[in-house]
Ligand binder design. Structure first.
Ligand code: NAI
Length: 283
Protein backbone atom coordinates (compact mmCIF):
# COMPACT_ATOMS: atom_id res chain seq x y z
CA UNK A 1 0.00 0.00 0.00
CA UNK A 2 1.35 3.40 -0.86
CA UNK A 3 0.48 6.66 0.81
CA UNK A 4 2.11 8.81 -1.84
CA UNK A 5 0.16 12.03 -2.41
CA UNK A 6 -1.91 11.37 0.73
CA UNK A 7 -1.83 13.39 3.93
CA UNK A 8 -0.29 12.72 7.32
CA UNK A 9 -0.95 14.63 10.54
CA UNK A 10 1.54 14.42 13.40
CA UNK A 11 1.18 15.97 16.85
CA UNK A 12 4.28 16.84 18.83
CA UNK A 13 5.95 17.22 15.43
CA UNK A 14 8.41 19.99 16.33
CA UNK A 15 10.78 17.63 18.15
CA UNK A 16 11.92 14.06 18.67
CA UNK A 17 9.83 11.16 17.41
CA UNK A 18 7.10 13.41 15.94
CA UNK A 19 9.66 15.40 13.99
CA UNK A 20 11.21 12.20 12.61
CA UNK A 21 7.76 10.89 11.64
CA UNK A 22 6.97 14.11 9.80
CA UNK A 23 10.23 13.93 7.84
CA UNK A 24 9.73 10.23 7.02
CA UNK A 25 6.18 10.83 5.75
CA UNK A 26 7.51 13.71 3.59
CA UNK A 27 10.13 11.39 2.12
CA UNK A 28 7.31 8.96 1.37
CA UNK A 29 5.72 11.65 -0.82
CA UNK A 30 2.98 12.61 1.59
CA UNK A 31 1.65 16.04 2.51
CA UNK A 32 2.31 16.54 6.20
CA UNK A 33 0.52 18.69 8.76
CA UNK A 34 2.81 19.33 11.73
CA UNK A 35 1.14 20.23 15.03
CA UNK A 36 2.90 21.32 18.20
CA UNK A 37 2.43 23.53 21.24
CA UNK A 38 5.85 25.19 20.82
CA UNK A 39 5.44 27.85 18.09
CA UNK A 40 9.12 28.67 17.45
CA UNK A 41 10.21 25.05 17.21
CA UNK A 42 7.22 24.30 14.99
CA UNK A 43 8.02 27.18 12.62
CA UNK A 44 11.63 26.00 12.41
CA UNK A 45 10.58 22.41 11.64
CA UNK A 46 8.11 23.53 9.00
CA UNK A 47 10.55 25.87 7.24
CA UNK A 48 13.26 23.23 7.22
CA UNK A 49 10.92 20.76 5.49
CA UNK A 50 9.60 23.43 3.12
CA UNK A 51 13.10 24.38 2.09
CA UNK A 52 13.68 20.74 1.14
CA UNK A 53 10.71 21.10 -1.20
CA UNK A 54 8.21 19.09 0.83
CA UNK A 55 4.51 19.84 1.02
CA UNK A 56 3.89 20.73 4.67
CA UNK A 57 2.02 23.09 6.94
CA UNK A 58 2.23 23.85 10.65
CA UNK A 59 -0.65 24.34 13.07
CA UNK A 60 0.08 25.48 16.62
CA UNK A 61 -2.00 23.07 18.68
CA UNK A 62 -2.37 22.19 22.33
CA UNK A 63 -3.58 18.59 22.14
CA UNK A 64 -5.12 18.96 25.59
CA UNK A 65 -7.71 21.34 24.10
CA UNK A 66 -10.46 19.60 22.13
CA UNK A 67 -11.33 22.71 20.12
CA UNK A 68 -7.71 23.09 19.03
CA UNK A 69 -7.54 19.47 17.91
CA UNK A 70 -10.79 19.94 15.94
CA UNK A 71 -9.24 23.02 14.35
CA UNK A 72 -6.23 20.88 13.45
CA UNK A 73 -8.49 18.40 11.66
CA UNK A 74 -10.18 21.29 9.83
CA UNK A 75 -6.75 22.59 8.78
CA UNK A 76 -5.72 19.19 7.39
CA UNK A 77 -8.92 18.84 5.37
CA UNK A 78 -8.91 22.49 4.22
CA UNK A 79 -5.24 22.52 3.23
CA UNK A 80 -4.71 19.05 1.80
CA UNK A 81 -8.24 17.63 1.46
CA UNK A 82 -7.90 14.76 3.90
CA UNK A 83 -6.03 12.91 6.62
CA UNK A 84 -4.75 9.41 5.89
CA UNK A 85 -2.20 8.80 8.63
CA UNK A 86 -2.85 10.51 11.96
CA UNK A 87 -0.19 10.22 14.66
CA UNK A 88 -1.37 11.19 18.13
CA UNK A 89 2.16 11.49 19.41
CA UNK A 90 2.59 14.55 21.65
CA UNK A 91 3.58 13.55 25.17
CA UNK A 92 5.35 14.63 28.33
CA UNK A 93 6.94 12.97 31.38
CA UNK A 94 6.64 13.73 35.07
CA UNK A 95 7.99 11.52 37.85
CA UNK A 96 8.18 11.12 41.60
CA UNK A 97 6.32 9.28 44.35
CA UNK A 98 2.62 8.99 43.61
CA UNK A 99 1.61 10.62 46.88
CA UNK A 100 4.11 13.47 46.49
CA UNK A 101 3.51 14.50 42.89
CA UNK A 102 1.39 17.60 42.53
CA UNK A 103 -2.12 17.53 41.15
CA UNK A 104 -0.72 19.72 38.38
CA UNK A 105 1.68 16.90 37.40
CA UNK A 106 -1.23 14.46 37.29
CA UNK A 107 -3.39 16.85 35.32
CA UNK A 108 -0.72 17.85 32.83
CA UNK A 109 0.25 14.21 32.22
CA UNK A 110 -3.32 13.05 31.76
CA UNK A 111 -4.25 16.09 29.65
CA UNK A 112 -1.42 15.64 27.15
CA UNK A 113 -0.62 11.92 27.17
CA UNK A 114 -4.18 10.60 27.43
CA UNK A 115 -6.65 13.35 26.56
CA UNK A 116 -4.43 14.39 23.65
CA UNK A 117 -4.91 10.95 22.13
CA UNK A 118 -8.63 10.90 22.92
CA UNK A 119 -9.17 14.33 21.32
CA UNK A 120 -7.17 13.20 18.28
CA UNK A 121 -9.31 10.12 17.80
CA UNK A 122 -12.59 11.98 18.37
CA UNK A 123 -11.63 14.76 15.94
CA UNK A 124 -10.16 12.64 13.16
CA UNK A 125 -11.64 9.14 13.15
CA UNK A 126 -15.21 10.05 12.08
CA UNK A 127 -13.79 12.07 9.19
CA UNK A 128 -11.34 9.30 8.30
CA UNK A 129 -14.22 6.81 8.19
CA UNK A 130 -16.22 9.17 5.93
CA UNK A 131 -13.25 9.47 3.57
CA UNK A 132 -13.84 5.83 2.63
CA UNK A 133 -10.15 5.37 1.79
CA UNK A 134 -7.46 3.29 3.50
CA UNK A 135 -6.10 5.25 6.41
CA UNK A 136 -4.36 4.68 9.69
CA UNK A 137 -4.25 6.02 13.23
CA UNK A 138 -1.01 5.74 15.22
CA UNK A 139 -1.25 6.44 18.95
CA UNK A 140 2.01 6.89 20.82
CA UNK A 141 2.11 4.99 24.10
CA UNK A 142 5.47 3.65 25.34
CA UNK A 143 7.12 0.42 26.41
CA UNK A 144 6.08 1.89 29.78
CA UNK A 145 2.54 0.86 28.75
CA UNK A 146 3.50 -2.81 29.17
CA UNK A 147 5.28 -2.63 32.53
CA UNK A 148 5.21 -0.68 35.77
CA UNK A 149 8.14 0.82 37.63
CA UNK A 150 8.38 2.95 40.77
CA UNK A 151 8.69 6.75 40.59
CA UNK A 152 7.06 6.92 37.17
CA UNK A 153 3.55 5.81 38.12
CA UNK A 154 1.77 8.78 36.61
CA UNK A 155 3.50 8.24 33.28
CA UNK A 156 2.86 4.47 33.35
CA UNK A 157 -0.81 5.11 34.13
CA UNK A 158 -1.28 7.46 31.17
CA UNK A 159 0.53 5.09 28.79
CA UNK A 160 -1.33 1.96 29.98
CA UNK A 161 -4.51 3.92 29.33
CA UNK A 162 -3.39 4.83 25.80
CA UNK A 163 -2.67 1.15 25.13
CA UNK A 164 -6.10 0.01 26.39
CA UNK A 165 -7.83 2.82 24.49
CA UNK A 166 -5.96 1.89 21.29
CA UNK A 167 -6.72 -1.84 21.59
CA UNK A 168 -10.40 -1.03 22.07
CA UNK A 169 -10.27 1.32 19.07
CA UNK A 170 -8.68 -1.46 17.04
CA UNK A 171 -11.54 -3.86 17.81
CA UNK A 172 -14.19 -1.26 17.06
CA UNK A 173 -12.70 -0.17 13.74
CA UNK A 174 -12.03 -3.76 12.68
CA UNK A 175 -15.74 -4.46 13.19
CA UNK A 176 -17.18 -1.27 11.74
CA UNK A 177 -14.69 0.44 9.39
CA UNK A 178 -11.86 -1.94 8.55
CA UNK A 179 -10.33 0.49 6.04
CA UNK A 180 -9.16 2.52 9.04
CA UNK A 181 -6.19 0.76 10.62
CA UNK A 182 -4.74 1.39 14.06
CA UNK A 183 -1.30 0.97 15.55
CA UNK A 184 0.04 1.69 18.99
CA UNK A 185 3.59 2.96 19.11
CA UNK A 186 5.53 1.71 22.14
CA UNK A 187 8.98 3.30 21.90
CA UNK A 188 11.89 2.20 24.06
CA UNK A 189 14.46 4.88 24.97
CA UNK A 190 14.76 7.26 22.04
CA UNK A 191 17.07 10.25 21.87
CA UNK A 192 14.60 13.15 21.98
CA UNK A 193 13.82 16.27 23.97
CA UNK A 194 11.43 14.55 26.40
CA UNK A 195 13.72 14.97 29.41
CA UNK A 196 13.31 18.73 28.90
CA UNK A 197 9.55 18.60 28.48
CA UNK A 198 9.10 21.26 31.17
CA UNK A 199 10.10 23.73 28.43
CA UNK A 200 6.50 23.45 27.24
CA UNK A 201 4.76 23.19 30.59
CA UNK A 202 1.79 25.55 30.24
CA UNK A 203 1.21 28.26 32.86
CA UNK A 204 -1.90 26.50 34.17
CA UNK A 205 0.30 23.68 35.54
CA UNK A 206 3.17 25.93 36.66
CA UNK A 207 1.72 27.84 39.59
CA UNK A 208 2.79 27.91 43.21
CA UNK A 209 3.28 24.33 44.45
CA UNK A 210 2.72 22.79 41.02
CA UNK A 211 6.25 21.39 40.88
CA UNK A 212 7.16 19.49 44.04
CA UNK A 213 10.90 18.91 44.24
CA UNK A 214 11.83 15.62 45.91
CA UNK A 215 14.63 13.06 45.88
CA UNK A 216 12.46 10.59 43.98
CA UNK A 217 11.60 13.17 41.37
CA UNK A 218 15.20 14.29 40.87
CA UNK A 219 16.38 10.69 40.69
CA UNK A 220 13.87 9.60 38.08
CA UNK A 221 14.23 12.75 35.97
CA UNK A 222 18.04 12.35 35.97
CA UNK A 223 17.73 8.73 35.01
CA UNK A 224 15.30 9.50 32.16
CA UNK A 225 17.65 12.23 30.92
CA UNK A 226 20.61 9.89 30.86
CA UNK A 227 18.64 6.97 29.36
CA UNK A 228 17.17 9.15 26.63
CA UNK A 229 20.53 10.77 25.81
CA UNK A 230 21.90 7.35 24.88
CA UNK A 231 18.65 6.25 23.21
CA UNK A 232 18.03 5.31 19.59
CA UNK A 233 17.88 7.98 16.90
CA UNK A 234 14.20 8.96 16.36
CA UNK A 235 14.66 8.25 12.67
CA UNK A 236 14.84 4.50 13.38
CA UNK A 237 11.57 4.75 15.25
CA UNK A 238 9.96 6.57 12.31
CA UNK A 239 11.10 3.86 9.91
CA UNK A 240 9.57 1.19 12.14
CA UNK A 241 6.29 3.12 12.27
CA UNK A 242 5.99 3.43 8.51
CA UNK A 243 6.66 -0.30 8.04
CA UNK A 244 4.03 -1.19 10.63
CA UNK A 245 1.46 1.11 9.02
CA UNK A 246 2.12 -0.42 5.60
CA UNK A 247 1.82 -3.95 7.05
CA UNK A 248 -1.22 -2.95 9.12
CA UNK A 249 0.49 -4.19 12.29
CA UNK A 250 -1.04 -3.00 15.55
CA UNK A 251 1.80 -3.33 18.07
CA UNK A 252 4.96 -1.36 17.35
CA UNK A 253 7.29 -2.67 20.05
CA UNK A 254 10.96 -2.74 20.89
CA UNK A 255 12.71 -6.09 21.10
CA UNK A 256 15.07 -5.24 23.94
CA UNK A 257 14.89 -5.88 27.70
CA UNK A 258 11.52 -4.11 27.95
CA UNK A 259 9.80 -7.18 26.48
CA UNK A 260 11.21 -9.37 29.23
CA UNK A 261 9.88 -7.05 31.90
CA UNK A 262 6.50 -7.03 30.13
CA UNK A 263 6.56 -10.84 30.15
CA UNK A 264 7.32 -10.88 33.87
CA UNK A 265 4.32 -8.64 34.54
CA UNK A 266 1.95 -10.90 32.58
CA UNK A 267 3.36 -13.98 34.33
CA UNK A 268 2.76 -12.30 37.70
CA UNK A 269 -0.85 -11.70 36.69
CA UNK A 270 -1.40 -15.20 35.28
CA UNK A 271 0.12 -16.89 38.31
CA UNK A 272 -1.47 -14.63 40.89
CA UNK A 273 1.92 -13.41 42.15
CA UNK A 274 2.46 -9.96 43.60
CA UNK A 275 4.18 -7.55 41.17
CA UNK A 276 7.86 -8.34 40.61
CA UNK A 277 10.17 -5.35 40.35
CA UNK A 278 11.61 -6.12 36.92
CA UNK A 279 13.41 -3.13 35.44
CA UNK A 280 14.28 -3.70 31.80
CA UNK A 281 17.76 -5.02 31.19
CA UNK A 282 18.93 -2.71 28.43
CA UNK A 283 22.53 -3.91 28.27
P1 NAI B 1 9.99 15.51 22.55
O1 NAI B 1 9.90 16.37 23.76
O2 NAI B 1 11.24 15.51 21.77
O3 NAI B 1 8.78 15.82 21.58
C1 NAI B 1 7.46 15.98 22.06
C2 NAI B 1 6.81 17.16 21.36
O4 NAI B 1 5.47 17.27 21.87
C3 NAI B 1 7.51 18.49 21.63
O5 NAI B 1 7.78 19.15 20.42
C4 NAI B 1 6.51 19.25 22.47
O6 NAI B 1 6.53 20.65 22.22
C5 NAI B 1 5.20 18.65 22.02
N1 NAI B 1 4.12 18.86 23.01
C6 NAI B 1 4.20 18.85 24.37
N2 NAI B 1 3.02 19.14 24.89
C7 NAI B 1 2.16 19.34 23.87
C8 NAI B 1 0.79 19.68 23.78
N3 NAI B 1 0.05 19.90 24.88
N4 NAI B 1 0.23 19.80 22.56
C9 NAI B 1 0.97 19.61 21.45
N5 NAI B 1 2.26 19.30 21.46
C10 NAI B 1 2.86 19.17 22.66
O7 NAI B 1 9.66 14.02 23.08
P2 NAI B 1 9.49 12.61 22.32
O8 NAI B 1 10.28 11.65 23.08
O9 NAI B 1 9.68 12.73 20.88
O10 NAI B 1 7.96 12.30 22.66
C11 NAI B 1 7.00 11.87 21.71
C12 NAI B 1 6.16 10.77 22.30
O11 NAI B 1 6.95 9.61 22.49
C13 NAI B 1 5.56 11.09 23.68
O12 NAI B 1 4.22 10.64 23.70
C14 NAI B 1 6.41 10.26 24.61
O13 NAI B 1 5.72 9.92 25.80
C15 NAI B 1 6.68 9.05 23.76
N6 NAI B 1 7.81 8.22 24.19
C16 NAI B 1 9.11 8.69 24.16
C17 NAI B 1 10.15 7.89 24.55
C18 NAI B 1 11.56 8.36 24.53
O14 NAI B 1 12.46 7.63 25.02
N7 NAI B 1 11.88 9.51 23.99
C19 NAI B 1 9.92 6.51 25.04
C20 NAI B 1 8.55 6.12 25.03
C21 NAI B 1 7.54 6.96 24.61
Amino acid sequence: ETFQGKTAVVTGAASGIGHALALRFCEEGMNVVLADIEPAALTAAVSELESSGYSVCGVVTDVAKPEQVSALADAAFDTFGGAHIVCNNAGIFTGGLLWEESLADYQWSLDVNLWGVIHGVRAFVPRMIDQGEPCHVVNTASMAALTTMPFAGVYHMTKHAVLAFSESLYHELALTAPQVGVSVLCPELIKTGIANCDRNRPAQYSGEGDIVESDARTMVHDSIASGVSSGLPPREMAERVLEAVKDNRFYILSNDGWMESARTRIEDILQGRNPTLAPPDLT
